[in-house]
Every structure is written in C-alpha cells, then in structure tokens.
Design a protein around this ligand. Structure first.
Ligand code: MG
Length: 400
C-alpha cells in the first residue's frame, strides 16, 4: 500500500507536540467549534493562532474574545468590516475574502491547519497550507474528492501529513498504526444509514428538510447531514479514503451500522480485521488529529458495550440510495468526474435545504450532470476548478 504520507513510514518534520500553533479554516462550523473545544481541553499542547470563517460575525467575534488568536478572516468582506468594529479594541488582525482565507491557512505561527470549511471552497486554502509546509487535519472531504492526486502529491512533496478528521478515516488511520505497508487487503467503512434508512421509495420522495436534519446518532452541519441521508457522504468518503490511504476503489467497501459505534475497519492479508470503536463524538477524531502520534486524556463518555447491547451490520441498499453508486461511478471514471459530482451535490443539497428540490431529485440532478460531463483525465488544478464551476452552473439550471 502506498500511503501518500498517511501514516508516513518516514516521519515528516514536526514541531514539538507541546504548544503547537493551530489555524482553523471554518472555525464557526460544527467541526471548527468542536476543534476549539478540544483545543481548550488540551491546554498548553495547542495554541490557537488564526481562525477563518465564511460570514458569521458574532460567532467569530466571541471566538476572538475567548481564544485571542493573532489573526482572523471572514470570507465575506462586508462581514469582515463588521467584525473589525466588534473586535477593534483587541490585538487581532482581521482579514477578508479569499486572500484572508489564504493568509490564515499559511499563518507563519501555525504548524497545523484544520481544514473544516464546507465544500469545494476548502480546496485552495488547504493547498496553500500544504505548500506552506503545514500539517493538515482534514475534515473537508471535498478537497480530496475533487483533487486527490494533486493534494496528496503536494503533501508528499512538502513532507507534511494529511491527518484525517472524519470519524471513519480517523478509525482507519488508527487501525493502520504500526501495520506494515502492503498488509492491507480491504478497508470497510461503516455508515449510520442516516435518518431515512427505514423509509420506502414513496416515503422518501416526500421527506422534508426537518425529517432529514433529525440525524439519529451524529450532530453535524446541514450539508453533511443531508449527504448522510442520501448516502452521498459515504460515497464521498470512499473517494476520500482511496487518496488518504492509497488504496484502489475496488478494495473499499461499505457496511450499514446504525449504532455508529464501530467507525470503520481494516482487513489485512491474513484475514484479521481491526476496528476502532467509541461512542459517536467528533471530538475524539479531532483530538487524535491534534495529538497524533500521541494520545491525550479526555473525559468524554466511555464506550459502554453492555449498555449498547447489540451492534448490527447490513448491506447498503444501492437501489433506494442511488448516490452511493453515483459516487463509485465518478470514482471509477476518475479525472474531473469526482469534482463534478461533488460540486453538483453542493448545489442540489442547497436547493433541497431551501425547499426548491425534492429529496429524491438529488440523485437525478447528480446523474444528469455527470452524464453531460466530458471527463478530463489527470487534470491540472485549473481544469478541476473549471469542471467544478461548469457542474454548479449545469446543476443549477437543471434545478431551475
Ligand atoms: Mg464520516
């Protein structure tokens, strides 16, 4: 197995685990907020040096007061102007726009950048962080889905680690520690199945935004929760895993596991399988990415197996949830296809959240967009960005 730097057999240069400078892209989102919570508990081990968000002035202002970063950025320039007034008396630089995101991603005091922006917007700042020699804790799966070859190639060249934050990938990463390269036969990702797993096709066509957002086990952002319900999230995770762990798509499978206790498994060439288990709580994978290769004590609830009672596993239903197959198709086609799928998905999910598209129409929009796309093989970054913009425009017009 080629590891693409994760976990690297030749450790990348890494500063002391103590007092590691941390920058967070997407600090006001679900992962960003939980990362700050973890950082606070880790005390001296991490120092929050820079934060970036999209437009949430109030949330970022309160983070500035609490964590006293050296710099912050808001992507929305008008919001950045309001933030300057809010925190003007404090000693913090306030940047704006895409340039502001880049500056946070490459802040000289940061050794580790948490990439937790939603969607393809995370790609460019994450690449900038890598090029600037930062280790990256990756929560933004679209970055690897859209540009996996480029991102892993640049990370290897820069000698930086890509540390998974997604719970499934963190589980795989933890199972792989200490295992010889080449010993892996198969990766098995678990999927909760989302809030709609029991519904018939007729019921699925009528579900509301509120139905979808009531996720049974995980608490996360809206886009991700919808992706979980369509199983697109699992599809994107397979595409992400192939790049993170350098393993072919046909050696990655998915099993539905409602309890979200077993976070994923690695099966080895001798038939042994290792799994990582814990209660569903994103703070654990976040903390592991922050403390890797070490572990730090934490006081969140422990796994109570007898309390859980039973763990169940079943095959995913590809017929009721066509997004999973669409993702696999895009992965097999390769090139710009995964970027197109991911971009179209962002547009379709947003339309669903705004009540402009039925839940069961999401896969139709994705299928039509993918079918209309002429795939570019081994694309440059510019071609990926172009394909992304093309897919957004087409998906939007199909919805309208
Ligand atoms: Mg996940």
């Amino acid at each position: 197995m080629q590891t693409n730097g994760v976990p690297s057999p030749r450790p990348a240069p890494r500063p002391d685990v103590m007092n590691q400078g941390l920058a967070i892209l997407g600090s006001t989102g679900s992962i960003g907020v939980q990362t700050l919570e973890v950082a606070e508990c880790l005390g001296d081990q991490v120092r929050v040096v820079a934060l970036a968000a999209n437009s949430n002035v109030e949330a970022l202002a309160s983070q500035v007061r609490r964590f006293r970063p050296l710099a912050v950025a808001l992507r929305d320039p008008a919001a950045a102007g309001r933030l300057r007034q809010e925190v003007g008396s404090l000693d913090v630089a306030v940047w704006e726009g895409d340039e502001g995101m880049e500056r946070v991603a490459t802040h000289p005091e940061a050794q580790l950048v948490v990439s937790a922006m939603v969607g393809a917007a995370g790609l460019l700042p994450t690449l900038s962080a890598i090029r600037a020699g930062k280790h990256v804790a990756l929560a933004n799966k679209e970055t690897l889905v859209a540009a996996g070859a480029i991102v892993t190639g640049e990370a290897a060249r820069a000698g930086v680690r890509l540390l998974p934050v997604d719970s499934e990938h963190s589980a795989l990463f933890q199972c792989l520690v200490g295992e010889p390269v080449g010993a892996v036969e198969r990766l098995i990702l678990t999927a909760s199945g989302g809030a709609l797993r029991h519904l018939s096709p007729a019921q699925l066509s009528k579900v509301t935004v509120a139905d979808v957002l009531a996720h049974p086990t995980w608490n996360m952002g809206d886009k991700l929760t919808v992706d979980c319900a369509t199983l697109m999230n699992k599809g994107l995770e397979i595409l992400e895993a192939q790049w993170l762990f350098g393993i072919a798509l046909d050696r990655i499978s998915v099993v539905i596991h409602h309890q979200s206790i077993v976070h994923s498994l690695v099966e080895f060439v001798d038939g042994s399988a290792k799994a990582q288990l814990s209660p569903p709580d994103m703070r654990l994978p976040i903390q592991y990415a922050l403390t890797y290769p070490g572990r730090a004590p934490a006081d969140w609830p422990r796994l109570d197996l007898a309390g859980v009672g039973s763990l169940t596993f079943e095959e995913p239903d590809f017929a009721r949830f066509p997004c999973l197959e669409l993702a696999l198709d895009a992965g097999r086609r390769g090139g710009t296809a995964p970027a197109v799928l991911s971009a179209a998905d962002e547009v379709a999910v947003q339309a669903f959240l705004e009540g402009r598209l039925a839940f069961t129409e999401i896969p139709r929009i994705l299928h039509q967009t993918l079918t209309a796309h002429t795939v570019a093989d081994s694309p440059e970054l510019a071609e990926i960005l172009e394909a992304d913009a093309w897919a957004r425009a087409l998906a939007a017009s199909l919805i309208a």
